[in-house]
Write a protein that binds this ligand. Structure first.
Ligand SMILES: [Zn+2]
Length: 305
């Protein structure tokens, strides 16, 4: 045998395991590479999934922020919208009043008015009025905001008219000493209501009625006019401010004395439990007599300007 060939064979024999080892090594490397790649891919997938969910969350947050922005705009415009709706309501009410005055309709108008509050029981009055869908007028004096703030606010938000009844309501030795003392008290109450509720009162009732002002009446009326106030007395009353009567008697005092008046201004006080009991029957009874209910407003035919 040729020694050269034998050497070749030996070399071949050696080469095969080396190649095999190399192959195994490369395969192992490849497998580990593939595994690594797979784990990287899985990681990438999870990163992508996470970023998707972040994107979704962001879209969600953006939508929420957009919704919130719209809500803020609506809330900001509410006072303006409420004022516009109120003006529109008074225009409609004015037209109705003129139709009633001109005899173009069978219906009559009743203005329910409540003086001297707010009281704790005023809340119950508001419940009854709400139940019947009736808007009324509350002639308010200045009362402790900490105690009555919530009632003042409910009154204002319910659409009732808040009227000025002077801040102190001090009849004897108080507001009627001079035109000035009266007006000071009126303006103090106006400011109090404006600052707390953002509402400018335009309708006023003299404590005790305008007759109580005696010789000061004309002077006061001139000043009220300058301050943009209309004032109103009444031509119907439960008499709850004068006599301690039963709910039935208070009801009859109103229902039996309407005398078919086209415009009825009913004086009541929202401190009376008996008047509260009578209120549903007063409302129903007046409706039966053909009355519809309106709150008072500056341009109303029922007030004096
Ligand atoms: Zn009063």
């Amino acid at each position: 045998m040729d020694s050269g060939r034998q050497g070749d064979r030996r070399a071949h024999r050696l080469l095969i395991p080396v190649l095999l080892m190399l192959l195994i090594g490369m395969t192992a490397l490849l497998i580990s590479e593939i595994r690594q790649n797979e784990s990287m891919r899985a990681e990438l997938r999870s990163i992508l999934a996470e970023s998707d969910s972040i994107r979704e969350q962001k879209v969600c947050i953006d939508t929420e922020i957009e919704k919130l922005r719209k809500s803020i705009e609506t809330v900001k415009n509410l006072p303006q919208e409420a004022e516009t709706a109120r003006q529109k309501f008074f225009e409609d009410a004015s037209r109705l009043e003129k139709m009633v005055r001109d005899g173009n309709t069978d219906i009559k108008i009743a203005y329910l008015t409540f003086d001297d509050g707010p009281y704790e029981i005023t809340d119950r009055y508001l419940d009854v009025l709400e139940m019947y869908g009736v808007l009324a007028t509350f002639f308010q004096r200045g009362r402790d905001w900490n105690e009555y703030g919530a009632i003042y606010r409910r009154l204002a938000l319910s659409g009732h008219t808040i009227g000025n009844h002077t801040y102190s309501h001090q009849i004897r030795g108080g507001i009627y000493r001079s035109v000035q003392t009266f007006m000071d008290d009126v303006l103090k109450n106006r400011k109090y209501i404006e600052e707390n509720l953002g509402i400018t009162t335009q309708v006023l009732r003299f404590p005790g009625g305008s007759g109580t002002a005696g010789s000061l009446k004309q002077g006061i009326i001139e000043e009220l006019r300058k301050e943009g106030y209309a004032y109103v007395n009444w031509n119907s009353a439960t008499m709850d401010g004068m006599y301690d009567l039963s709910a039935d008697e208070y009801r009859d005092n109103v229902l039996n004395r309407t005398n078919g008046r086209e415009f009825l201004v009913v004086l009541m006080h929202d401190y009376s439990k008996e008047t509260l009991k009578a209120l549903p029957e007063i409302i129903e009874g007046l409706e039966e007599q053909g009355y519809v209910f309106l709150p008072l407003f500056y341009e109303s035919l029922a007030v004096n300007r």
